[in-house]
Ligand binder design. Structure first.
Ligand code: PGA
Length: 250
């Protein structure tokens, strides 16, 4: 039985005051929720505020990125130790915006993932093809490479702390969600790849989230699919009412 996860990725939105206001509005709406894990990923500067706000609730806090070194002369970067200190339990790694705009490679994704796991964070590792790659019939090949290289050198116990997020780039922030069938097809394929590179047991237990224009009105259909274990939500996670509605998809 894979416990579903609904995770919100705020990207570069919300100050600390806006973070507090969000949780003041969200928490009362989700008091009774037990069917899924709930995660929010604010910008670095608001992590500690967010962690204080969710203390004693079922909501966990995630970083949106990290550096793999513990300390050092890496201007602008934040280490796993700092994220733990701020109250993080998860880290998003290899988001397509990091890959597209900030040069994250599969090798970096692997280094960041290993650093996150070593420090005790749960890693949400993002994969997904661009529109050009899909149109060229290369979606499977790209996702296979991202999964295999991003998760290289990981042991079976490591993989129990990994969550994969399949986020087709053409569906992110575009309002163009992958249909539940397209998403579920790729999720099944990702599970097959993990079975090949690790084991069937790992593939059967690893949680695979869908991301890309998830909204209150499309979440239920996505969650009905066997291989979709949750969602990574961008835009619709910024508003407490719409994020609460997504969390309460059943
Ligand atoms: P979106 O973003 O829900 O706004 O499409 C998803 C993501 O990038 O994680």
């Amino acid at each position: 039985m894979r416990q579903p996860i609904i995770a919100g990725n705020w990207k570069m939105f919300k100050t600390r005051a806006e973070t507090s206001a969000f949780f003041d509005a969200l928490i009362p709406q989700i008091q009774d929720v037990e069917h899924c894990d709930i995660v929010i990923a604010p910008p670095f500067i608001s992590l500690a505020t967010a962690a204080e706000e969710v203390d004693g609730t079922r909501v966990a806090i995630s970083a949106q990125n990290l550096h793999w070194e513990e300390n050092g002369a890496y201007t602008g970067e934040v280490s796993v130790r700092m994220l733990l200190d701020a109250g993080c339990k998860y880290a998003i790694i290899g988001h397509s915006e990091r890959r597209q705009y900030f040069g994250d490679t599969d090798e970096w994704v692997n280094r960041k993932t290993r650093a996150a796991l070593k420090g005790g964070l749960q890693a949400i590792v993002c994969v997904g093809e661009t529109l050009a790659e899909r149109d060229a019939g290369r979606a499977s090949e790209v996702v296979r490479r991202q999964v295999a290289e991003g998760m290289a050198q990981l042991t079976e116990p490591d993989l129990s702390h990994i969550i994969v997020a399949y986020e087709p780039v053409w569906a992110i922030g575009t309002g163009r969600t992958a249909t539940p069938e397209v998403a579920a097809g790729m999720h099944a394929e990702i599970r097959k790849i993990i079975a090949e590179i690790q084991s069937k047991a790992v593939a059967d237990t690893i949680r695979i989230l869908y991301g890309g224009s998830v909204k209150p009105d499309n979440i239920s259909a996505l969650m009905k699919k066997e291989d979709i274990d949750g969602a990574l939500v961008g835009g619709a996670s910024l508003d407490p009412a719409s994020f609460a509605a997504i969390i309460k998809y059943i």
